[in-house]
Design a binder for this molecule. Structure first.
Ligand SMILES: C[S@@+](CC[C@H](N)C(=O)[O-])C[C@H]1O[C@@H](n2cnc3c(N)ncnc32)[C@H](O)[C@@H]1O
Length: 967
């Protein structure tokens, strides 16, 4: 209680502080001082980050307000420090970066303002939630659900545990903010560095690991060679030349994804035109510190000052640190003072007085401000231009080479790494992988519109039954979208050393060279001699930890602070959660399985999304039909999402900013929605690749894989519920037997036999009648707290009102050949723990893996089947009838079945039909369910609300028993 009191007091005064900061922010915003705004934003973030820590609140607040005062611009406080900005707390996790020749999910984060804007929104909304819940939330608060909504006054601690959709789809843990150093990093200065890092960024920077790689000069395919080659093979549409011209002439959209064909050009030679060397960079805080240390009234405009830092300073810095390369003794930090001294020397030689004056001013600031640390941090090895005249714009630098994985194999490796790390969230190693994505954008039209449009017809390969007569392609790769992973961790070329920049001088894009797709690094502007070569990793993560771990040292004015972009939270999930729940997804799959054929509309839908024979060729019809349904959802989401994102962003902003530029917000929301769209298609392709692989292993030919769901015919339903082995009724008798007199049991069995619903014309109706009879019969039996016939009767009632049951068709379990995991893959900490040997990991795909992956297509988690089993509880598969008889081992506090439990169950059925039921209540659920079905699924299948009759009976039937703890 005492703690709670202090927390509440702390929060109140912090709220006041935040209000004050908001008022200041609005004044600054009105004054149009974007950089000061940026600083306020970062202060907000720091404050929110500190608040996350809970018990340290008061201290965090004091520190924050001190720094707020220290860092406030003139007119708001007395400090001289005008430009400081800070990063959020960091830790590390790996992530793939992508190259696809188009803006990625967060490719629009070109402005620091916007990146931090988004971050502040995220933090503030989280902060608000904390305010709301602090002090009153206890783990067994019966009246609150985990998502903050009240479910008819019924909920328990288990809500969190059962809230699977919400945790598995993007939410992540808190950042630990650990500082992580490898043993061979200069141990002497460790303590200092930590302290310093904490002061600057509230956490240490993760030191880079410089791995050695085996040099290769072409792609090395790791598995499925033929398949991977096919995925890397270019298939130009027949009208490619026309499309290209149209795009060049501006008559077609410029961002249309047509393959970019390039002539072969040799890469820049290493050791001659480019060199690999140790590179250092500065964080956004240091960038601002330097601006703050420059003369205010001078012949240096603000833009010139930025350029000086980005070009002159960083170039000279990297020239100075070059000697560390390969020395085995490279410090984590390098002081900036000698760098400025060298710039002064060079300026003297060139008689450049302007630069001399600027640097002398900075050198004076460095001497007079000993509390400020003017240092650069180590990024590891990088690549620097070593050609006297530099490189021109749109010049080919190098291919990004590596080992090429089919995506299923890549994910097996990631699962293996996680398994060896025991699913720990500890810092993971560096990442060197890029998705090589074939350009999508294929468009297909039915023959009649083609004829009208007089467009040249092409055949959609072997895939379509409407072969040669129905479809036409107009853009993109003729075989459509697909992807493989290029991993440069072990076998690579120098491209894998190139560092990220938020304003890069190169881009990594997929180009078609000699009929093969490759990832090429091309300059986007002229690159000077001595300048570091960089590209934007364009990498996205759904993990806040990964995001915060990746402190960016590009030193650029528009630096986003992290070299990853954060996605998968909040508004991005809104449409998915509302319109694509577990039951909705089942409904789509069931439809596809039952039809087991692909319609013309399906092909058109797939084609419009850019999916063609490369991804879908050789798959069974039910799977292509399901894919088409998912594409329809993805398109639907694309139309709805901009508004959702816009509403969310504006709501957040309105609370803190006086003015909102609607046009900017709208385009921002559009771009974000487009990013989500691309990510969804990518996840769909990953899912298909994994499922195809398992089906190939099980059936030889994936096309032979039968639909994983099959509707039970009425006689099968009778067998499942009434008289088959392990049927509901058989299970009921078995579980109630120990609690009943032999005669009563014998009598009941005889009556059940007499009510056998099989063999009648309308078996379905007869089955329901028999179940309702059984319900009443069971309700008449005397209950004890160990034998809850009343609860069993309720469950029989729910079964009676379930119309459709589906059998899950299990595929044979398969175990893959090993993937090899080296200490490098695991990261230094695990390498130390697990030794220097190579580990083998064999992934086992269980019987319902494919179904689980198809249900969680938007999520690449390691065990989709287990996730599905958890998510199905109650909403898709009803509880075991044995739940209500004491043999099921549950502590008595979980054996409660009173009016509140029933109310909770009804609330789930009516208001949250697609959410799983908690496991730590009286209900138990078989770990492997072979048949699914529920009134909630019926409602989704029939696009109706839940059966009213079923609900009314549960609401109004008189209670017949109440155990001591039920009330
Ligand atoms: C693809 S590697 C680049 C090559 C790497 N420096 C090496 O020594 O092999 C990516 C890693 O380099 C470092 N890095 C790249 N760009 C960076 C940046 N802008 N800021 C900080 N570190 C960066 C990070 O440690 C990141 O995990």
């Amino acid at each position: 209680m005492r703690n709670g009191y202090y927390v509440i007091r702390g929060l109140d005064s912090i709220k006041e502080d935040i209000s004050r900061m908001c008022r200041d922010a609005i004044k600054l915003k009105n004054r149009g001082d974007a950089r000061d705004m940026n600083r306020i934003v970062t202060l907000f973030i720091r404050l929110a980050t500190s608040l996350d820590k809970g018990p340290k609140l008061a201290y965090a607040r004091d520190e924050m307000m001190k720094s707020w005062k220290d860092e406030s611009p003139p007119g708001f406080s007395s400090s001289s420090s005008k430009y400081k900005k800070s990063l959020v707390k960091v830790s590390e996790r790996k992530q793939s970066y992508r190259s696809n020749g188009r803006p990625s999910m967060n490719g629009h984060f070109d402005s620091g303002d916007y990146a931090s804007d988004r971050e502040i929104r995220r933090r503030l909304s989280k902060l608000n939630k904390k305010f709301l819940h602090s002090g009153s939330d206890t783990s067994d608060d019966f009246d609150k659900s985990s998502d903050g909504s009240t479910v008819d006054g019924m909920s328990t601690a288990s809500e969190t545990e059962s809230d699977l959709e919400y945790t598995s789809e993007g939410a992540t843990g808190e950042s630990r903010g650990e500082t992580y150093f490898t043993p061979d990093d200069g141990v002497d200065s460790l303590a200092d560095e930590r302290e310093w890092g904490a002061r600057m960024t509230k956490a240490g920077l993760v030191p880079p690991v410089t791995r050695k790689y085996e040099v290769i000069d072409h792609y090395i395919i790791v598995a499925d060679e033929e398949e991977v080659r096919r995925k890397m093979q270019v298939s130009l549409p027949e009208d490619y030349a026309e499309k290209l011209n149209a795009q060049r002439n501006g008559t077609e959209e410029s961002d249309m994804e047509i393959p970019e064909v390039k002539d072969y050009k040799p890469r820049k030679s290493l050791g001659d035109e480019v060199i690999e060397q140790e590179v250092y960079g500065i964080d956004p805080y240091t960038h601002n510190l330097l601006l703050d240390s420059m003369p205010e009234e001078s012949d240096w405009s603000l833009v010139d000052k930025h350029i000086f830092i980005e070009e002159v300073l960083l170039r000279t810095l990297n020239k100075k640190v070059r000697s560390f390369t390969g020395s085995g003794n490279t410090p984590m930090m390098y002081p900036l003072k000698p760098v400025f001294e060298e710039i002064v020397e060079n300026a003297e030689e060139n008689n450049d007085r302007r630069t001399m004056r600027l640097c002398q001013f900075i050198l004076k600031a460095i001497d007079s401000r000993p509390e400020d640390n003017y240092v650069a941090y180590r990024k590891g090895l990088g690549v620097v231009c070593n050609k006297e005249g530099g490189f021109s714009e749109d010049d080919f630098i190098v291919e990004f080479l590596g080992e090429v994985y089919p995506t299923w194999k890549w994910f097996e490796k990631q699962d293996g790494i996680r398994a060896l790390q025991k699913n720990n969230n500890d810092p993971a190693p560096e990442f060197y992988n890029i998705y090589l994505e074939r350009p999508k954008g294929t468009q297909l039209f039915p023959i009649y519109s083609c004829e009208r449009a007089n467009i040249h017809l092409v055949e959609w390969n072997h895939l379509s039954p409407f072969k040669g007569k129905v479809l036409v392609q107009t853009q993109g790769d003729a075989d459509g979208y697909d992807l493989v992973v290029v991993d440069a961790m072990h076998k690579a070329n120098y491209a894998s050393r190139i560092c990220h920049s938020c304003r890069p001088n190169c881009e990594a894009k997929v180009t078609a060279v000699d009929g093969q797709y490759q990832i090429g690094i091309y300059s986007v502007r002229p690159i000077a001699y001595g300048e570091e070569i960089t590209f934007d990793y364009n990498s996205v993560t759904e993990s806040k930890e990964e995001y915060e771990a990746s402190v960016c040292l590009c030193g650029n004015q528009v630096c986003r602070g992290s070299y990853l972009n954060l996605t998968g939270e909040g508004a991005f999930q809104k449409v998915l959660k509302e319109h694509h729940g577990l039951l909705d997804r089942h409904c789509l799959l069931l439809e596809a399985c039952e039809l087991n054929s692909v319609s013309e509309e399906d092909y058109i839908e797939l084609g419009k999304a850019g999916l063609g024979s490369c991804l879908l060729g050789g798959l069974p019809d039910w799977l292509i039909a399901y894919t088409a349904r998912l594409v329809r959802f993805i398109n639907f989401e694309r139309t709805k999402l901009p508004n959702e994102i816009l509403r969310h962003n504006i709501e957040e902003k309105k609370r803190y900013f006086a003015e909102i530029n609607m046009e900017v917000e709208k385009s921002d929301a559009e771009i974000q929605a487009e990013g989500v769209y691309n990510q969804r298609l990518q996840n769909l392709a990953l899912t298909i690749d994994k499922v195809r692989y398992v089906m190939r292993c099980v059936f030889g030919d994936p096309k032979k894989a039968p639909p994983p769901l099959q509707r039970l015919r009425p006689e099968e339903a009778v067998s499942y519920l009434w008289k088959g082995e392990g049927s509901l009724v058989e299970e009921l008798i078995r579980c109630m037997a120990p609690h009943m007199e032999d005669v009563t049991l014998r009598d009941l069995k005889a009556k059940i036999h007499a009510h056998d619903p099989s063999g009648y014309d309308d078996t379905e109706m007869k089955l329901r009648k028999s179940l309702l009879w059984l319900r009443d019969e069971v309700r008449n039996l005397p209950c004890t707290y160990k034998s809850r016939h009343d609860a069993a009767a309720d469950l029989i009632h729910v079964y009676a009102y379930t119309k459709c049951f589906f059998r899950i068709r299990e595929y044979k379990t398969v175990t893959s050949p090993p993937v090899y995991i080296t200490p490098l893959d695991l990261g230094p900490k695990y390498a130390n723990k697990l030794g220097s040997g190579v580990h083998e990991y064999c992934k086992t795909y269980n019987e319902t893996y494919c179904l689980g992956q198809l249900m969680f297509w938007h999520n690449q988690n390691a065990e989709p089947d287990a996730t599905l089993a958890k998510a199905s509880r109650g909403c898709l598969s009803l509880p075991d009838v044995g739940s209500f008889y004491a043999k099921v081992q549950k502590p008595s506090r979980q054996r409660v079945y009173g009016p509140r439990t029933v109310k909770f169950m009804l609330a789930r059925m009516e208001k949250q039909p697609q959410r799983p039921w908690p496991k730590d209540r009286i209900w138990s659920f078989k770990s492997s369910t072979k048949v699914v079905g529920s009134p909630m699924l019926d409602a989704v299948l029939h696009k109706a609300t839940i059966d009213k009759e079923m609900v009314q009976w549960l609401k109004h039937r008189p209670p017949i028993y109440q155990a001591m703890w039920d009330s």
